[in-house]
Design a protein around this ligand. Structure first.
Ligand code: GLN
Length: 486
């Protein structure tokens, strides 16, 4: 048996049954990382020793016949934007290269309490700004399906680690698609929860009204388990919702008869890759074959989503990133003449090009004279986009769309052209603006062998129905059995 090939739920059951020990699981994944991560470059840092210590502790509990927590001994990877006490949290930025948080994010408390084991921190676009992980200050993560292609971003390290079997599951974050798009590019199950479903306490902020933490997983059941482990109200995050967390695994009934699946007209656009479109249409037919009912819907303000997002997200980022000034923590320039000089040099030397571009765009959108014309207008359009979703969801239970207009692109292909990179998020951004949950699952491959992502969007706090539909589809199709050849 190859432990690394198991899904999280299979490994969980084997650990519970005493057939695999937590130490064996950590050792197997550490060996796998050793064998393939030199090529994939998914991890920024490894915490193998701490993982082994934790695994031994869980074995001690097993020996004493103590009840095991739900994720006992499950090795996970964590995006390097989520604070981990005593473990560097760099956001793949020079400015936080040596930052070691003195506290854990709330999701880390939850995972620790659930018995999970952290293998390491994964690479990402700097401060989660990007769609290819090429904006990392440290390394270029590769797509396990084709090492010449990007894994997507910004949670590219987490997605690649899951797809390459270097962990049993991972956490990422999604502000405009950063869980779903790399999930789609890497052929895995990746879910952005409803805004407020998961605490953001201890998540380094990019755009606070859009950011959400969520799971990247080997299959839909694994995503359901991980979501259940991290979801719920947190007094430390006032935007986390006081809505009880259902048993997401129990939602996976396989029964989608009568489920109304909305097909938004605006998500099938000219210029879309024909292979992607064909795979999505085929997936819709498959769900119909399982008894789901297709309903045409419209999201009329879709064409404004990218412009709206790049005003709201950059405005919030320019404010959130004001704290990196070299004073309290993070990088500080070694030589400066006076305080203002120190601020300027620190930020000039510490931030990469894309982060600077966003700070400048956001500062401009918020500045006197432009605030009404840009930022305020963007907030109004955001409301219209949110209303589009509530109206469409009067007629359907979930919506099906492509996750991205194309499969993974080649490294370097879009780095010179930020606008092309921004356009790649056209199908994922609206869900963040509206605050609704969305998931990407694999729905086939291009002729070149790259995965194609199917996006399932749901009503606010109805992740259960997304997971049910995605799971029924996954069980009816062979895609999960294919693995990249590394
Ligand atoms: N690609 C989008 C951006 O660059 C989304 C990033 C994200 O979701 N963190 O902003």
């Amino acid at each position: 048996m190859d432990i690394c090939r198991l899904t999280l739920h299979e490994l969980r059951d084997l650990i519970r049954g005493g057939e695999v020990s937590p130490v064996q699981a950590v050792e197997a994944y550490a060996a796998r990382i050793g064998a393939v991560d030199e090529r994939v470059q998914a991890f920024n840092s490894l915490t193998t020793e701490a993982a082994l210590r934790r695994a031994r502790k869980i074995e001690g509990m097993q020996a004493k016949k103590e009840p095991l927590p739900p994720l006992a001994g499950i090795p996970l990877a964590i995006k390097d934007v989520i604070c981990t006490k005593g473990v560097p949290t760099t956001c793949s930025s020079r400015i936080l290269e040596h930052f070691v948080p003195p506290y854990d994010a709330s999701v880390m408390h939850k995972l620790n309490d659930a018995g999970a084991v952290v293998l390491g921190k994964t690479n990402m676009d700097e401060f989660a700004m990007g769609s290819s992980t090429e904006n990392s200050a440290f390394r270029k993560t590769r797509n396990p399906w084709n090492l010449e292609c990007v894994p997507g971003g910004s949670s590219g390290g987490s997605a690649a680690a899951v797809a390459a079997d270097m962990c049993a599951g991972a956490l990422g974050t999604d502000t405009g698609g950063s869980i779903r798009q790399p999930g789609g590019f890497c052929g895995i199950a990746a879910l952005k929860p409803t805004y407020g479903r998961v605490s953001r306490y201890g998540l380094v902020a990019f755009a606070s009204s859009l950011d959400q933490i969520g799971p990247l997983a080997k299959d839909v059941r694994d995503a359901a388990i991980l979501l259940g482990a991290i979801a719920g109200h947190d007094p430390l995050d006032s935007t986390s919702a006081e809505i009880s967390v259902p048993d997401y695994e129990a939602a996976l009934t396989g029964d989608v008869r009568g489920l109304k699946v909305g097909i938004p007209a605006e998500y099938f656009i000219e210029g879309m890759d024909p292979e992607v479109e064909a795979a999505i249409r085929e997936a819709i037919t498959t769900l119909e074959g399982l008894g789901a009912v297709r309903v045409p819907v419209t999201l009329p303000h879709t064409e404004y989503a990218i412009a709206t997002y790049y005003l709201v997200a950059t405005a919030e980022a320019s404010s959130n990133l004001g704290r990196y000034d070299g004073v309290k923590y993070g990088y500080r320039t070694p030589t400066s003449e006076h305080l203002i000089d120190m601020y300027m040099k620190t930020r000039r030397e510490g931030f990469g090009a894309e982060v600077k571009r966003r700070i400048m765009l956001g500062t401009y959108a918020l500045s006197a004279g432009y605030y009404d014309a840009y930022y305020l207008k963007a907030l109004k359009v955001r409301t219209l986009i949110r209303q589009d979703f509530s109206r469409a969801f009067e007629a359907c239970d979930v919506m099906l769309t492509p996750t991205s207009p194309t499969a993974a692109f080649r490294l370097g292909e879009k780095v010179e052209d930020p606008l092309q990179m921004y356009l790649a998020d056209v199908f994922t951004i609206s869900a963040n603006l509206a605050g609704v949950p969305g998931m990407s699952i694999n729905c086939g491959f291009t002729g070149a062998g790259l995965p194609i992502g199917l996006q399932v969007i749901g009503k606010p706090f109805d992740e259960g129905t997304i997971l049910k539909a995605a799971h029924a589809y996954e069980q009816a199709t062979p895609w999960r059995t294919r693995r990249p050849n590394l």
